[in-house]
Design a protein around this ligand. Sequence first.
Ligand code: GLY
Length: 385
Amino acid sequence: MQSNEERLIELGKNVTTDWLKECLSWCIHQIEKNGQRYKEKFPSACATNGIYRIKDNDDWTNGFWTGMLWLSYQMTGKELFKATAMKNVASFQKRLDDHFVLDHHDIGFLYSLSAVAGFQITGEKACEIEIKQAADVLKSRYHEKGKFIQAWGKYGDPKENRLIIDSLLNLPLLFRASQLTKDQSYHELAKAHYQTLLNTVIREDGTTFHTYFFDPKTQEPTHGATHQGHSDGSIWARGQSWAILGIPLVQSYLESSAFPRNYQQIVKVFLSGLPEDLVPYWDFDFTDKNPSAKDSSSLAIAACGLLEASKTNHFENGKEIAKGMVYQLGQHYFSKGMSDNEGLLIHGVYAFSEGKGVDEPNLWGDYFFMEALVRLLDPDWKKYW
Ligand code: GLY
């Protein structure tokens, strides 16, 4: 019997340049159509019956929309995408000025895909200023004694004294700020948080906790716990894929440091836990015999992770496996041709136990599917992270 790894490699052989271009052209068509409805506002984190609600810039997910506008601009050169993305960048500046819904660590998700991408693509000074200011907000959440960035809530709230696996995606903003300002402190702090994270939230066997608590008095690590997963001891699918993508992204800024030895294991846990159709249930506690909702976004994130890791040969056949993932999503989890659906990837899960975005498109699933297509079409594409 073939392993999931072998099956994905086999499926990936179907990916051609024309297939990738066709998928991407539908994504760009959707982004253009959705943009006409959202105008200068933003889509909600997840859809309801396939349609995103129109909202202000007030969630951790707003950067994904801007990131998709930047990808669309880079792939088409259409000025409309750039103009809308730059209006988004201005909205992100206002959000910083007002410190509006920024008492959390997801500053990286917000500002990498807006200001960092914008600076890389346009060189605009406004983006550069924003990167530094945003990095300062993230930096202010660092606990010196425990050597970690507090994930949620007001800084210092003893009930919120924890880091979470998703934070890996917030660290690139700090590395970029260091490069821009030549101030090493952002880099050092990100590196210290990364080390703490590797030592806590990743279990011995390469599986991951969603979150990890620290004692508010001593700042010693105490215990792992879940927030969006099925149980404290389970593998939340998206948490595992945040690790698959976040580790190679962070390592790309740490040229001289060794890649974590358990990276192979982290990926293998994910691959071997995939069900028959190779798209994970939202938590690995669920299987084809005991099914629940699928989280397509988790596979899109993992595909980007393997593409990033394969740049430095840190996972054998990583690119071929990622191609299989993208193919499976594009063939069976793609909104292509569905005129009544605003998402790109269907069948995602945001937070199952809260009943949020279950079996719906979500913005990060859409974004990472598009990023994976762009990475495969243009291996020289410069990441926004
Ligand atoms: N970063 C939150 C989530 O993955 O749902």
